[in-house]
Write a protein that binds this ligand. Structure first.
Ligand code: ZN
Length: 419
């Protein structure tokens, strides 16, 4: 009997992916159905449902659940079970009008041009997009990448149960990294872990992340370094490079029996606190009892307070999730402490000064951030040795040296520690 945390709102995982002959038969049927194109976000969500990461969803949400998620974190169709962000599918008006209720449609990924699944359309509805943005993103600013995606959605939402037919390119592109929740649970059980902390990553794993992972191992049986292999913003480091950098770090600095690296296909929404809750929910499905929530989890720009994503776990109704957050303060290397430290432990308030050559010129705290690391490297500047292990720097350097179209990384004020 597994001692791992149970899936969300269910005693077992609910993967909606068909396999074998059932998949072949459904795929054949799908070819004759009306085609509903999906954005990369919608495709990512569909795959999450396919692999059981969005247990216990049956498909894309109807209006009552959309409203419930926006306003009270609940799904009326599931006994008001907790859910923090609407999972919806949109379609153009003419296409929606042509689909009858009860009709089955083909779900088609616009980017890969692949049939990803089928859905029995049980509801068609329109939403107040601005309301969704205000509730989920706390802003309607179109410069916010998550808001932009919602505002660009087609006007009608289609809801209904889905059958998933493909995991897209993920299994092939990230072998051994891309995992289904049933696989991660099995690996945790094989190692005898009962408590597992997930470390969410979308940037290269630098010194602060490693520090958080070691702390998690001290308090849990193991750490699941779980990174996004779905879509990011332009300028972010691609997943394959991040995977390589994590390998370099884990191989040399972690006990193999205490760490597992994995990847998941969902796209970032950059919804800060609300997304931290969604990250927690699907990590519970992956078998994790804890989620490390550091500074500005899943945020972008300066839309969220640095610890809003920790506070929100105290604002949702008790018992919403079985997973618990591991709230961590802002961590950094401190030249005075001579080690990694956090705002909670380090009494030295001065900021370390690093010159343009990457040399230490005095002061205490070297505030590490993925954004700052990206900026230094994309400009070809040296990175202080305390920023990350040399093996990681080497992997990233190779990437930047080969990058033809260097994207200027804007260093927003949060990353400089001036906030
Ligand atoms: Zn210190």
């Amino acid at each position: 009997m597994s001692k791992l945390v149970p899936p969300h709102g269910s005693s077992e995982l609910k993967p909606l992916l068909l396999e074998g002959q059932a998949r072949q038969d459904e795929l054949k049927k799908a070819q004759g159905l009306k085609r509903v194109p999906m954005t990369s976000r919608e495709t990512g969500d569909l795959i999450m449902m396919g692999i059981g990461a969005f247990t216990p969803l049956d498909g894309f949400m109807g209006k009552a659940d959309w409203q419930g998620c926006c306003d009270s974190f609940t799904m009326p169709s599931k006994n008001n079970l907790f859910w923090p962000i609407p999972i919806t599918l949109s379609a153009e008006q003419a296409l929606a009008d042509s689909i009858a209720l009860g009709e089955e449609v083909q779900l088609w990924d616009t980017e890969t041009e692949e049939i990803m699944g089928t859905m029995k359309v049980t509801e068609k509805y329109t939403i107040d997009k601005e309301h969704e943005c205000k509730q989920v993103f706390k802003t309607t600013d179109l410069a916010h990448p998550g808001v932009q995606k919602v505002m660009e959605q087609a006007p009608v939402n289609l809801a209904g149960p889905v059958k998933v037919l493909s995991e897209s390119f993920f299994p092939e592109m990230f072998p051994g990294i891309y995992q289904r929740p049933a696989e991660s649970r099995k690996m945790f059980e094989e190692r005898g872990w009962n408590t597992v902390a997930a470390l969410q990553l979308r940037n290269p794993m630098h010194g602060s992340h490693a520090y958080l992972a070691w702390i998690a191992i001290e308090v849990c049986d193991g750490v699941y370094i779980h990174q996004l292999v779905g879509k990011l913003k332009p300028g972010d480091i691609p997943a394959e490079v991040r995977v390589k950098a994590i390998d370099a770090l884990v191989n040399k600095y972690f006990r193999k029996d205490r760490v597992i690296q994995g990847g998941y296909p969902m796209e970032m929404r950059y919804a800060g606190p609300r997304e931290a809750l969604l990250h927690a929910l699907f990590r519970q499905n992956y078998g994790c009892s804890h989620l490390i929530v550091g500074r500005d989890h899943a945020g972008v720009g300066d839309y969220y307070g640095p610890f809003d994503a920790q506070k929100i776990f105290n604002e949702i109704p008790a018992g919403s999730l079985r997973l618990q957050p591991l709230a961590m303060d802002w961590t950094f290397y401190c030249y005075e402490c001579g080690s990694m430290a956090s705002m909670k432990t380090c009494p030295h308030s001065s900021k370390a000064v690093i010159d343009d050559e990457g040399n230490y010129k005095g002061g205490a705290r070297l505030l590490l951030s993925g954004t700052m690391l990206r900026k230094l490297m994309s400009e070809g500047k040296p990175v202080p040795a305390e920023f990350s292990k040399p093996e990681v720097i080497a992997v990233l350097k190779e990437y930047y040296d080969n990058l033809e179209n260097k994207v200027e990384v804007k260093l927003h004020k949060a990353a400089t520690g001036e906030k």
